[in-house]
Design a protein around this ligand. Structure first.
Ligand code: GRG
Length: 333
């Protein structure tokens, strides 16, 4: 495979920093709805590259605060955008990485209540916003954000005699397929992105017992194709982002060694842009910050030298999760 043999750290840092400065481009304005997610991908990636200082800490915290709706309690992806579960988790993650949840000035009780308000009565799933779409992604976001906010005990509360936590576990059980994996809803096809959300949420809830580890890990390890890259489901193209969605699940299930690490590392490194920095979905494509984070996070899980270790449950630096005393069981290479 052609392409750089080593991680182009400085190029990736420069690439991420210049993204924040390109605010006079059409692309910048067209991606407002993803801005807070983008900041989470950028900050986490810089932290894993040990260069978190490349983006100004105070400016980042102020921007996150400006996305907070102090009436509703959630975060939109940009100031004056509607609150959403995805941007709310990204906001909390960025603040947590900067150890700034308290310092930011947000009222965490309001955020917790916003998240809890997105679970329909007597259900075990959370919606993305008030319009009611359900997806395992949003349930993971709720569980992860509540845990980062120290509010997981809220899920012990009972509703009609059943603890909310048990309803969530039961819902994931219903989303489980014959191959051991999970789709985005009940009866939906297994997809490795959704597998991450289920495995990581169940890890946070200490309920991995409902998973058949060998069956699911077999399905996950079958995602590696000839090029060394991983796909998200059978018969699909390989993509660098699955280096995160697949490896995180294998790591939490203690089966990370079921992947050919050398071939996957080489696939990720070949997907770097040697001129302008950043990592693309596959070699020769255009780089973006999403694939840059998940490529670097994959390398970190596989023990690439001189990277911060990434926590496979939260997709945040291990040292942040250890500081918050939230570490779960997993293996890294
Ligand atoms: C904190 C890491 C983190 C995540 C928050 C947003 C979220 C929770 C999880 C997303 C999980 C997910 C569904 C990831 C997959 C995204 C993806 C690349 C989807 C592509 O789907 P298709 O059908 O592509 O377009 P394939 O590769 O299947 O052809």
């Amino acid at each position: 495979m052609e392409g750089p043999a080593n991680l182009l750290r400085d190029k990736h840092v420069e690439y991420i920093v210049q993204l924040g400065k390109a605010d006079n481009t059409l692309g910048f304005h067209l991606t407002e709805h993803l801005r807070l997610n983008g900041i989470y991908w950028a900050v986490t990636c810089l932290a894993l590259l040990k260069r978190i200082d490349a983006l100004d800490r105070q400016q980042t915290i102020d921007y996150v605060y400006s996305c907070w709706d102090n009436k509703l309690g959630g975060f939109g992806s940009h100031p004056n955008h509607d609150s959403h579960m995805l941007s709310t988790l990204s906001a909390i993650q960025v603040l947590a990485i900067h150890d700034a949840i308290q310092e930011s000035g947000i009222d965490t009780d309001k955020v917790i209540n916003y998240i809890l308000s997105l679970r329909p009565k007597n259900e075990g799933f959370f919606t993305g916003d008030e319009w009611g779409e359900s997806d395992t992604r949003f349930t993971y976001c709720a569980v992860s954000a509540l845990s980062l906010l120290g509010a997981l005990h809220k899920l012990d509360e009972k509703e009609n005699g059943v603890a909310i936590k048990d309803r969530i576990v039961d819902w994931f059980k219903q989303c489980m397929n014959f191959d051991g994996g999970f789709g985005n809803n009940i009866s939906a096809e297994t997809h490795s992105g959704q597998v991450f959300t289920a495995v990581a949420a169940l890890a946070i809830l200490d309920r991995l017992d409902i998973i058949d580890r060998d069956n699911l890990s077999w399905w996950l390890s079958e995602r590696q194709v000839e090029s060394g890259g991983l796909n998200g489901r059978p018969q699909k193209l390989e993509d660098v982002c699955y280096s995160w969605w697949v490896l995180s699940g294998l790591s939490i299930l203690h089966r990370l060694h079921w992947i050919n690490k050398e071939k996957l590392m080489s696939f990720i490194l070949s997907s770097q842009d040697p001129d302008n920095g950043g990592i693309a979905d596959r070699p020769g494509d255009v780089a973006d910050v999403y694939h840059t984070l998940f490529g670097v996070a994959g390398l970190s899980m596989m023990g690439y030298p001189d990277l911060e270790q990434v926590d496979p449950v939260y997709c945040m630096p291990v040292k942040t999760i250890e500081r918050m005393h939230l570490t779960k069981s997993y293996t890294l290479l």
